[in-house]
Design a binder for this molecule. Structure first.
Ligand code: TUI
Length: 329
């Protein structure tokens, strides 16, 4: 048990503060609401990221496996849609990482989140450039190492999340991170509405990262069939593929996932499985939801409609505010 005051880092605006929820994350990033959009490879393009930032959260363009030129064009596109800050999410396994990093420096991207690895060796360069760095972690030990290396905050991602995941749940990971770190913690994995957001804040998080619900934002450019599959998802709609390869990935169950799991159960080699999985996320984003890898979190079961990103943020904030207890101070 912690002896910290629960919910200590959250100030609810009232009167002049309006509907604001002020934390170290809103201050760090200069945003209105402590909501970050998940860095979903192939899914989080300029249109979605700009819409989230414009609505008062922090939108991020996911660099995924894309080359530097693609990222530069997306950054420019986002800047035409909004004058608010838009970040970039780096997938650290990307084959184009070096050129993507060059673009980030040249374009003076203000905030980076990272996934699928340890960004430690890049931190000195990023800090030198004045970039705010918020890595996704799924363990306490990595978070502690990164805090010592000077990151600004961490995103603790539970295994309820979509895509590449760790083993711990959000409910258990977040309070441990909050107890062990001095920097602010953002909660991710399983958060799709104001109830989840309020729960995360009560666990001590000072912000949330939301992926799956933004996948169903109007501004998100994935094929309608992908969004439909998220909307139809109920409990137990996701499975975790790739556990045997060291890269477990949560996806919506479909023909491809079943085939992949069957090959894994038969003892297929990591090399065979890698070939089987190659290009499948891009295929799903283009609309092949039978043979593609339809990455989504367990919270897909909580997503009920396609609506503008601004509407999603508005309902998260109003539901969350109604649930958070009065501060009493
Ligand atoms: O990165 C994600 N989610 C992703 S990345 C992705 S693309 C991909 N596709 C197939 C295989 C691998 C990647 C799809 N979804 N979320 C954040 C996240 N980061 N989850 C897990 C991690 C992570 C894993 C290991 C963070 C750090 C880490 O460090 C290992 C080390 O070196 O200590």
């Amino acid at each position: 048990m912690t002896n910290r005051t629960p919910f200590a880092g959250v100030a609810l605006g009232s009167g002049k503060g309006g509907r604001k929820i002020k934390t170290r994350i809103t201050e760090l990033l200069g945003i209105e609401y402590p909501i970050l959009q998940g860095g979903m490879a192939w899914v989080a393009t300029a249109e979605l990221a700009a819409a989230v930032s414009e609505a008062g959260g922090l939108g991020l363009i996911a660099a995924g496996n894309a080359p530097g030129d693609w990222l530069r064009a997306e950054i420019k596109k986002a800047r035409e849609i909004t004058s608010k800050p838009v970040g970039v999410n780096l997938m650290l396994l990307s084959p184009h990482l070096e050129e993507v990093l060059q673009v980030i420096l040249e374009e003076q991207v203000p905030v980076l989140t990272t996934g699928a690895g340890n960004p430690g060796k890049y931190l000195p360069t990023w800090k030198e450039a004045g970039i705010k760095v918020i890595p996704v972690v799924n363990s306490v030990s990595l978070a502690q190492r990164l805090e010592r290396s000077g990151v600004d905050a961490v995103i603790g991602e539970g295994m309820e999340a979509g895509g590449h995941i760790g083993t711990e749940t959000t409910m258990v990971l977040i309070p441990q991170l909050v107890d062990k770190l001095k920097i602010p913690v953002i909660a991710a994995g399983g958060i799709a509405d104001g109830r989840g957001m309020a729960a995360a804040m009560i666990l001590g998080a000072e912000g949330v990262q939301v992926g799956t619900r933004f996948l169903c934002a109007e501004e998100c450019q994935v094929a309608p069939a992908y969004k439909e599959m998220v909307l139809k998802a109920k409990d137990r709609a996701t499975v975790v593929t790739g556990s045997s390869t060291g890269h477990p990935v949560r996806v919506l169950k479909n023909q491809f996932a079943q085939k992949f799991l069957a090959r894994e159960a038969d003892g297929a080699s990591p090399a065979e499985l890698e070939t089987l999985g190659a290009g499948r996320l891009a295929a799903a984003v283009r609309g092949d939801v039978k043979e593609g890898s339809v990455m989504a979190g367990q919270a897909a079961a909580l997503v009920e409609r396609i609506e503008p990103a601004a509407k999603i943020i508005e309902s998260l904030i109003s539901e969350c505010r109604a649930l958070l207890p009065p501060r009493g101070d």
